[in-house]
Write a protein that binds this ligand. Structure first.
Ligand code: COI
Length: 352
């Protein structure tokens, strides 16, 4: 490591006041600054924060050709006293390095990640808009910058953090999902459990297909299409009767931070949670008998998203409208911790 002190160059004037933050489309507006740290000559170089700006890369940079790239998603929240908080950041640091190892990229040192994150957020704090439903989505990412198209791991990389003020990921409307009986997202021994950029690229075509049928997302299944795994932008929970089911994380399924937080919150509420393989058969049979009470997605960007209908082959099941769904209760519990409204007995949040 050469020098971990961040070299900072600030904007002369913030863009903040010129932006209509009441009507933002997810991920379209970026804060004043960005963080980056280059890896070359076998070590991480001095980290930098500069005004947010385009990058210059050689057209043969390996990220463009072999997809050596991984990312994370995190959020910062502002409470009613004006204090800003981040949620379980060490989980994202560990996971980007899990992705880095699997894609043969160098791991990002904890100090580079945490110091970069906290300094950037401190500088762009005004962009964390208060009020439940508003947050600053943070996108750390790592990619290969070395020029040259030989198919081998690059020797040079860039780790960056950019931030975008957001509201709901799925705005308004209903979220309906279709269970995949053909396309696969991941395989045993593959990269499904990482946040490799290519996992998302590969999901777009099948997702477009189900969009043509009126669904917003796919629920991916295992290679034999017998077990339900995750949706493209979130992990998935199923409520059959009063039991909550979700697939275990493995080679194919992302170890979502929201997922694991909800499992903990649900258990602490006395809900019976089963983390196990969930079959297409049991869920569709429960739906036919009216026993499938809820399906919801969980992810950093999406938070907790109630699914209003599930499609499978030629069938479609509308889910009942419950008075007290688990999804609403768990989402409130989670948001209350994230926005410092209730006590965080889990030590999940960190003040910036
Ligand atoms: C997140 O929830 O933060 C994600 O990374 C999902 C992304 C596709 C929006």
């Amino acid at each position: 490591m050469i020098n971990t002190a961040i070299n900072i160059s600030k904007v002369s004037e913030s863009k903040f006041t010129s932006i209509d933050l009441d009507n933002v489309t997810f991920g379209t507006i970026y804060t004043d600054h960005m963080f980056f740290c280059d890896f070359k000559d076998g070590e991480w170089q001095q980290p930098q924060i500069t005004p947010y700006q385009p990058l210059q890369l050689d057209p043969s940079a390996r990220v463009f050709h072999y997809g050596q790239a991984a990312f994370e998603g995190m959020k910062a929240y502002k409470d009613e006293h004006g204090d800003a908080w981040i949620f379980r950041p060490e989980e994202n640091w560990k996971r980007i390095n899990f992705s880095a190892r699997r894609l043969a990229m160098p791991e990002v040192p904890e100090e580079v990640f945490m110091n970069g994150l906290k300094t950037l957020l401190e500088m762009d704090k005004q962009w964390i808009v208060p009020g439940k439903g508003n947050s600053l989505y943070i996108r750390p990412f790592l990619f290969a910058t070395e020029a040259g198209v030989s198919a081998a791991p690059a020797a040079e990389y860039k780790f960056m953090i950019i931030c975008t003020p957001v509201q709901a990921y799925y705005k308004g409307g209903e979220v309906k999902v279709k269970i995949s009986d053909y396309f696969s997202r991941a395989a045993n021994g593959g990269v499904g459990a990482t946040k490799a950029a290519g996992n998302y690229a590969a999901s777009f075509y099948p997702t477009n297909k189900v969009k043509e049928e009126g669904y917003q997302q796919i629920i991916w299944t295992n290679s034999t299409h017998e077990y339900l795994e995750e949706a493209g932008t979130m992990n998935v929970f199923f409520r059959i009767g009063d039991k909550l089911l979700t697939a275990p994380t493995d080679d194919r399924i992302l170890d979502g931070v929201t997922r694991k937080s909800l499992i903990q919150l649900a258990k602490d509420e006395g809900i019976e949670v089963e983390v196990r393989k969930v079959s297409v058969k049991e869920v569709t049979e429960a739906a036919r008998k009216g026993e499938l009470k809820e399906v919801f997605g969980a992810g950093t960007a999406a938070v907790v998203v109630p699914i209003t209908g599930v499609g499978y082959q030629d069938e479609h099941f509308d889910l009942p409208k419950l008075d007290n769904p688990y999804s609403t209760m768990l989402k409130e519990k989670l948001l209350n911790i994230q926005y410092n409204i209730t006590e965080d007995k889990y030590n999940w949040t960190q003040k910036i």
